[in-house]
Design a protein around this ligand. Structure first.
Ligand code: AN0
Ligand code: CP
Length: 318
């Protein structure tokens, strides 16, 4: 495996999930795979889960890890081509990437959408430069448009907790005071569209996601209706995708917060969220503290999802 940005980079999803469940039974079974191999994790943005779970997955495989937080102890990096670099950024990504690549075998990159220019974000400018100029296997630790490690962990979690062959999975928008990217819902939709589930997306009008991620999913603007009979509720806020409002907050309607009354409309659904989550904005304390909430188990599976990806990348190095 040379890159991991989208669901299709995993190949057959059923096989990938089976591989994950096998690894979970003995996460140190491939301890020799990463001997003398180094993972570099490059963060342009903050992280708790991705930072720890990726490092843990690499350690399970016997790898060495290095972590770089851009602009915190490193030079600030220019990422646009052709600019006159007389501002506050002393180094260009065009030198920084091949230099970083000298010291490692695999690179993970976190680089969120800036939400200023839709074309720039949806071109995945930074991730693609890492792929092009590092000549190493590169995986997304959340790019501008996707968060595939999260969605893979979500799929593993659904596989573990489902009580029927084809569960109903609902991705629901929820309110949030800050403008957030579409990467998490995009990747979740990408994976659910490939999985054996009935997939419904619910959000206020104006929050339609990119058609290439929504694909065949059912879009239902009435949240209560969407929740009926659901086996999994996956909550997430995102900002608008459509051109004129790109990256903007169009609604802060607290009626979309996931509360116990809404969960009662479902088929005893499990509650999921990628975290970090704002309590009593996205979801009430009552729901996230209930046994229906599987957010911690979901976060735990980030280690397993990443271990599958790193193992496959290490196999490709041989
Ligand atoms: C980020 C997002 O919404 O993409 C990261 C989620 C994993 N969330 C926040 O910045 C709060
Ligand atoms: N879910 C997730 O990616 O969390 P972090 O932003 O803390 O890594």
């Amino acid at each position: 495996m040379k890159k991991f940005i989208n669901v299709k980079d995993l190949g057959d999803l059923k096989i990938a999930v089976q591989e994950a469940l096998e690894i979970k039974k003995d996460r140190f079974a491939f301890k020799h795979f990463g001997e003398n191999k180094t993972l570099l994790m490059v963060f342009f943005n903050s992280s708790l889960r991705t930072r720890l779970s990726t490092q843990k997955a690499a350690m399970n495989l016997g790898m060495n890890t290095m972590i770089l937080d851009i602009a915190q102890g490193t030079w600030r990096l220019e990422t646009q081509k052709g600019v006159v670099m007389n501002g506050d950024k002393p180094e260009h990504i065009l030198e920084a990437i091949p230099v970083m690549a000298c010291y490692c075998d695999i690179i993970g990159v976190r680089s969120f959408a800036k939400l200023e220019n839709k074309t720039d974000d949806y071109n995945e400018n930074i991730l693609h430069q890492f792929i092009q100029y590092s000549e190493k296997p590169v995986f997304s630790m959340e790019g501008a448009t996707t968060h595939p490690l999260q969605a893979f962990a979500d799929l593993i979690t659904i596989e573990e907790f489902k009580t029927k062959n084809r569960p109903k999975v609902v991705l629901t928008w929820a309110p949030h005071p800050k403008t957030l990217p579409q990467a998490v819902p995009n990747s979740f939709a990408d994976f659910m569209n490939e999985a054996d589930v009935d997939f419904v997306i619910t959000h206020p009008e104006g929050y339609e996601l990119a058609p290439r991620f929504v694909r065949k999913a059912q879009v239902e603007y009435n949240q209560n209706k969407a929740f009926q009979g659901a086996d999994f509720i996956y909550a997430k806020n995102w900002s608008a995708f459509e051109d004129v409002h790109y990256g903007k907050i169009l609604s802060e309607d607290m009626n979309w917060t996931i509360d116990a009354a809404k969960m009662n409309l479902t088929n005893h659904a499990k509650f999921m969220h990628c975290l970090p989550v704002r309590r009593n904005v996205i979801v009430t304390d009552e729901v996230i503290d209930s046994p229906q909430s599987i957010v911690i188990q979901e976060a735990a599976n980030r280690e397993i999802a990443c271990e599958v990806v790193l193992k496959r990348m290490l196999e490709g190095l041989k």
